[in-house]
Design a protein around this ligand. Sequence first.
Ligand SMILES: Nc1ncnc2c1ncn2[C@@H]1O[C@H](COP(=O)(O)OP(=O)(O)O)[C@@H](O)[C@H]1O
Ligand SMILES: Cc1ncc(C[n+]2csc(CCOP(=O)(O)OP(=O)(O)O)c2C)c(N)n1
Ligand SMILES: [Mg+2]
Length: 413
Amino acid sequence: MVCRGVARDYPCRRPAGQPGLRTSRPPLGADRSGGAGHFAAGHLRADAGFRNPVPRHHHRRCGTGPTIRRPGQSPLYQWRTRPRCASGPCGGGQGCKTVTGEFELIARHFKRPARSAEVRIGIGDDAAALTPAPGATLLVTTDTLVVGRHFRPDVPADALGWKAAMVNLSDLAAMGGTPRWLTLALTLPEADDAWVAAFADGFRAAAEQVEAELVGGDITRGPLTIGVTALGETLDAPLTRGAAQAGDQLWLTGTTGQAAAAVAGLAAGVTPDASLLTRLDRPQARCAAGRAARGLAHAAIDVSDGVLADLDHLLKASRLGARLDADALRPTAAMQALADSLGEAPAPWIWTGGDDYELLVAVPPERAQTLASIWAEQGLAPLCIGELVDAPGLQWQGDAPTIDPVSSGFRHF
Ligand SMILES: Nc1ncnc2c1ncn2[C@@H]1O[C@H](COP(=O)(O)OP(=O)(O)O)[C@@H](O)[C@H]1O
Ligand SMILES: Cc1ncc(C[n+]2csc(CCOP(=O)(O)OP(=O)(O)O)c2C)c(N)n1
Ligand SMILES: [Mg+2]
């Protein structure tokens, strides 16, 4: 039996029709652009920003329930169901959802029945036990998001959950892999139940979009930090950064710079257009595009640090240079309007801003149109930005964008 759709190339080892287990994975089809529609459709809570970490009234301790105090820590309050606390701040009308410990948070927001037989042991034991497809190569990647560094403190919790999953899935996409499993290491300044609920909703929505499953993690106290590990599979050779060839064309799955524009707008106190903010807060991993590129493209990388910075990784790994078309990447109308209002040029956002999560691939010219039409069928707007050459370094066709070389690309140190 062969599972159709997403994992077209995977033999299906699940017993047919076994109740409660997924017996096939529906086709991913087109990458759904931005994920915005999903959120706009109200599946996720948008009101659980982390702006005010002080517990809202129904999170405060009320009534006479037991208080647990651990050495050196503030009291932890037990979950109670209604009717609770007529005398408390919520007046008994809302039940008393009080702050809880990490085990309650895990049980309530993260632990779910396993979706597939390949998860032999999921959340709840010392480690997850997973069964990769026979003959599959396992892909493993980790990325961390730190408050103030990767995201603003008041970003809505559901968007943050979505993004934490998607930026990791993007690395699997760049390798041409099929996403399967995720683990989540969550460091929280406090156990805000409503915030964690919204975060978990966003994370789960992203995972479900690509048929991946949360199988484990960790919760600790500290400055808000989210570490995710994503595991995927491929039966064929994975796409890498290092197998590009001179003469290959460089193609992007879509335009870049919107997220960086949104960051610049927010830093200047301007509310960015929704088209920019959506790209920043609800990125879309190009998983289907990456799978399509496997077998057609020679090399790929996802654009997290900026087009030029990530192109540089690909060039170094493949020992090549590139000739870029300076006019290939244009600002969208919203980017240009924001740039004008800030008195800035949009080119640095486009070429070095980062946080884009488009794929950049090197594909031989004779296969480029095939790949571009598959991507277009997936709802993407692919762009050719140049070609690879033997001579190391960058050459520009047209006027090279004015970019400060010191700040070209997102770097931590
Ligand atoms: N602390 C670490 N220990 C081991 N490997 C690491 C560490 N940090 C990064 N790497 C590896 O270095 C490579 C580049 O990492 P990074 O620049 O973060 O890639 P990406 O932009 O795809 O997330 C990856 O293969 C990653 O697994
Ligand atoms: C508050 C804030 N500052 C900066 C950014 C921009 N930004 C955040 S993450 C990122 C790039 C990716 O981060 P990194 O940790 O380098 O991920 P990796 O390349 O390892 O995937 C960028 C450009 C942002 N989105 N929000
Ligand atoms: Mg990384």
